[in-house]
Design a protein around this ligand. Structure first.
Ligand code: AGP
Length: 356
């Protein structure tokens, strides 16, 4: 096993460091010279319904944001385990199931039900030949390679890459704008390498976080699923109770939890939510929580209001989901390591949940 970890202490850390290569491989799959993404799955649809669990559910929320923003197609996101019993109307819907393993029982059952309800199904899957690839009408593979650590890291980023490509493929933006965004996407491996160079800094903040038992993650817009995935990662491997909230919702109840015993991780995305997010951060600081912001490298403003800033390379705001998520994966990893947790095989969890 030592050899398979390639010199890293844990598979999770190795897999985070593989992310630049995973992005390259997944982009190559769909953007190399003579290959284009086959988008026949989208013909005649009136809406998209994502079904997934856990981290793949969070990828779906990013997918909803991207597809609604770039294409105008309405999108719903359902927990697979809820969809099975709820069975919502699926008139001319395309169901997109996202699953790393392709074996998650709830997701498989939800796909079968979606088909019975008349929907077309597309599966975004990492494991070749897994059950989901046989149930779905269409399959798009992520090229993350085998993921050993229970905590999904590189597979989540690969799912996002496929979602960017779907959203761009179906987008109604002018061709020149689509090409510009694809060029930015091609630059992501390099930008993630820059994030990984900041690991030492992130580790120092993890030392501070490791002393707490409760945390709050906040964001707005695409920052909300980033926060949800960051909190899930922290919970599952460090056993710190971490909640994620849309920053504007805090004042409707969760403010009561804030204070010096609850640090807040704030994802600041450089888009139309930036100014209101800064206001939300000021409100959080007024409740005496320690605030760690994840923000662009050229952001001069945020450091005036928070305790620590983890910088990410500047990018088009939609791609913040990649850079911020890698930061939050490293933060969870180093916090769990500092707390002496069993990182690759956390208690009570399995890599793939094959029971309903
Ligand atoms: C995330 O770190 C977990 N391992 C878990 O939430 C996982 O994403 C979920 O069980 C879904 O798995 P799947 O993508 O293989 O369907």
């Amino acid at each position: 096993e030592d050899a398979e970890r390639g010199g890293y202490e844990h598979f999770m850390l190795k897999e985070i460091h593989e992310i630049p290569k995973v992005i390259e491989d997944t982009l190559f799959e769909y953007l190399s010279e003579d290959i284009e993404m086959d988008a026949s799955f989208s013909a005649g649809i009136s809406e998209i319904v994502f079904i997934a669990c856990g981290t793949s559910y969070h990828a779906s929320l990013v997918g909803k944001y991207l597809i609604e923003k770039l294409t105008g197609i309405p999108v719903r996101v359902e927990f697979a385990s809820e969809f099975i019993y709820h069975q919502p109307p699926m008139h001319r819907a395309l169901t997109i199931a996202i699953t790393q393993s392709g074996e998650t029982a709830d997701t498989l059952e939800a796909m079968r039900i979606a088909k019975k309800l008349g929907a077309k199904t597309l599966a975004i899957v990492n494991v070749l030949g897994s059950t989901a690839t046989r149930v779905a009408d269409h399959v798009l593979y992520t090229r993350a390679g085998p993921e050993i650590s229970v905590a999904a890291t590189k597979s989540f980023i690969a799912q996002l890459i496929v979602l960017y490509l779907i959203a761009l493929k179906l987008s109604r933006l002018p061709g020149s704008e689509v090409n510009r965004l694809i060029d930015e996407l091609r630059a992501m491996p390099e930008l993630v390498r820059k994030v990984l160079e900041r690991e030492g800094e992130i580790e120092q903040i993890a030392v501070l976080i490791s002393g707490y038992e409760n945390m709050m993650y906040i964001g707005r817009g695409i920052g909300v699923p980033i926060a949800m995935e960051g909190a899930l990662k922290m919970k599952e491997i460090s056993y710190i109770h971490a909640e994620a909230y849309p920053a504007g919702e805090l004042k409707h109840g969760s403010f009561a939890l804030l204070g010096e015993k609850t640090p807040v991780i704030a994802s600041l995305v450089p888009d139309e939510t930036y100014e209101i997010m800064l206001n939300n951060i000021k409100e959080v600081k007024a409740r005496e929580s320690v605030v760690v912001a994840v923000a662009d490298e050229d952001d001069q403003e945020v450091e005036k209001y928070v305790d620590f800033v983890i910088r990410v390379p500047k990018t088009e705001h939609i791609f913040s989901a990649i850079t911020h998520s890698v930061v939050l994966q490293l933060l969870a990893y180093h916090t769990a390591r500092k707390r002496g947790c069993e990182i690759d095989k956390p208690r009570n969890l399995a890599k793939s949940v094959t029971v309903e």
